[in-house]
Design a protein around this ligand. Structure first.
Ligand code: HEC
Length: 319
């Protein structure tokens, strides 16, 4: 055997006991099973079944940091079962990162946008990440209830009910890159002539999110509004910047609307997003619309929303 080969074997032998797969088999297999799909909770004597770690829609929906946290500090710290132990005291941060990378690779199917690109929801910009969520928004004195439902890897449909009508949206995440920490989504919003709307209105849009260098989160959207018999009636440009610090994410958005033949408007939206549940599946945001440019009179309005990510956990778990 030549010396390069010997060296390669030696390195492999050193690396192997520490590799994510090996650590998984010795620490996690008794409950999560050899393939990550979990074993029967009676066999493992667990009160709740151990999560299926190999399911793509579970392992890709939220940022890696959440699972690193659960494995380090135990699931009870996130309002989940005491049965999922904390490994932080017995292991190094590197070992935990390796085992989490390994379980996140069990999905094995390409094409699921990674949860590290699932940024906090702003008021104005459509999220580019496909979600399973209920969002209740209060804007001035009107309420809207939004239901978002993920379809497969990258599609999402949503339906929004307001006191003056309904709107439906279909969107598709056509591009993402974990290296560039960015994603982009195309969508189309349709409002049928119900309630106060007299004609069909259709709004195709492009939405994106980016977190360059893991510092600020930038989210944006370009929309063109089209109305039955009127054609294109407006373009709007929305841009938001924010940063998540622990359980809060202060953000500032700007919305610029350019209607055909009418005055342009610009509003600013300072807001504070707050993670309410320990797991992070329930959050709320509070802020305001501050009209800056445009026809008078336009008054500042308070805006608030509360959301539940029902794809993540039942409403009453995770507290
Ligand atoms: C003693 C049994 C047991 C062992 C050992 C165990 N787990 Fe768990 N794990 C569970 C249970 C039970 C849950 C579900 C908790 C809940 O939903 O309340 C869980 C949940 C999880 C979750 C959260 C999944 C989600 O849906 O967000 C992750 C991640 C996880 N385990 C990773 C690991 C890793 C990695 C190891 C090994 C280092 C490990 N577990 C070892 C029992 C165990």
């Amino acid at each position: 055997m030549n010396s390069a080969l010997l060296l390669a074997f030696a390195t492999l032998a050193q690396a192997a006991p520490d590799s994510g797969a090996v650590l998984y088999q010795s620490w996690c297999k008794p409950c999560h099973g050899a393939d990550g799909r979990g074993i029967s909770s009676t066999a493992a004597r667990l009160q709740v079944p151990a999560a299926n770690l190999a399911e793509c829609k579970t392992s890709t929906a939220e940022p890696e940091a959440r699972w690193i946290g659960i494995v380090t500090r135990g699931a009870a710290e996130y309002g989940l079962s005491l049965d999922m132990p904390a490994f932080g005291d017995a292991t190094t941060a590197d070992q935990i990162r390796m085992v989490v990378r390994y379980i996140r690779s069990l999905c094995g199917e390409p094409g699921w946008p990674p949860g590290d690109l699932n940024f906090p929801r702003p008021f104005l910009v459509e999220k580019a990440f496909p979600e399973n969520e209920w969002v209740l928004t209060e804007e001035g004195r009107s309420q809207t209830l939004l239901y978002e439902h993920r379809l497969g890897k990258r599609f999402q449909m949503e339906a929004e009910a307001r006191s003056d009508g309904v709107t439906t949206v279909l969107k598709y995440n056509f591009w993402y890159s974990l290296e560039r920490r960015a994603l982009a989504t195309l969508g189309i919003e349709a409002t049928p002539p119900l309630g106060r709307a007299a004609r069909w209105a259709v709004e195709p849009f492009l939405a994106f999110g980016a977190n360059p260098g893991r510092s600020l989160v930038v989210q944006g959207q370009i929309t063109s509004a089209w109305e039955e018999t009127q054609g294109v009636t407006a373009f709007s440009y929305r841009l938001g910047v924010g940063k998540q610090v622990g359980r809060v994410a202060p953000m500032l958005e700007a919305g610029w609307t350019v209607p055909r033949g009418r005055e342009r408007t610009l509003s600013l939206y300072p807001q504070l997003w707050v993670q309410l549940s320990r797991l992070g599946h329930v959050a709320a945001s509070l802020g305001a619309e501050l009209p800056t440019v445009g026809p008078e009179p336009r008054h500042p309005r308070l805006i608030a929303f509360a959301l539940w990510d029902f794809g993540d956990a039942p409403l009453l778990r995770g507290w």
